[in-house]
Design a protein around this ligand. Structure first.
Ligand code: DQA
Length: 147
């Protein structure tokens, strides 16, 4: 049985490809999901790829990952900078957590420079565009001992 990785996406990422393409690029979230599924198969992993605009929904998915997902890759989007609730949920999760940002949050407005989630994340990728998701999945494969 391939190990399951939860890939969670926060608010406004449903608009990827349409929203500020000069910052986030032209690929859609469906494109990212498709590329991740393909790569997961190569890596001997299974993924659950989800997006929500609602903080509580993201927290529910993190709680559901307990005992089911071998790792979590999360782009918490704007909630990175505000959500102690998402941080607490991740702190109650045992497996590796990787945080992804499509843009380089450190090159942007000062309010994006701090992420609550980074306090829990085992690794952070920012500014690699949507390629950051694939890089995070490769790293996750090493962390959970897949090929
Ligand atoms: C983001 C960066 C956040 O600051 C922003 O609120 C997002 C996306 C990124 O992927 O670059 O919505 O997480």
């Amino acid at each position: 049985m391939p190990k399951l990785i939860s890939v969670l996406n926060g608010p406004n990422l449903n608009l990827l490809g349409l929203r500020q393409p000069e910052i986030y690029g032209t690929e859609t979230l469906d494109d990212v999901a498709a590329a991740m599924s393909e790569l997961a198969e190569d890596l001997g992993l299974a993924i659950r790829f989800l997006q929500s605009n609602h903080e509580g929904q993201l927290i529910d998915w993190i709680q559901e990952a307990r005992g089911k997902s071998a790792g979590i890759i999360i782009n918490p989007a704007a909630y990175s900078h505000t959500s102690i609730g998402i941080l607490d949920a991740l702190n109650a999760y045992d497996g590796p957590v990787l945080e992804v940002h499509i843009s380089n949050i450190h090159k942007r407005e000062p309010f994006r420079h701090h992420s609550y989630i980074s306090q829990r994340a085992d690794g952070v990728i920012a500014g690699f565009g949507t390629q950051g998701y694939s890089l995070a999945l490769r790293r996750m494969a090493s962390l959970v001992g897949s090929k």
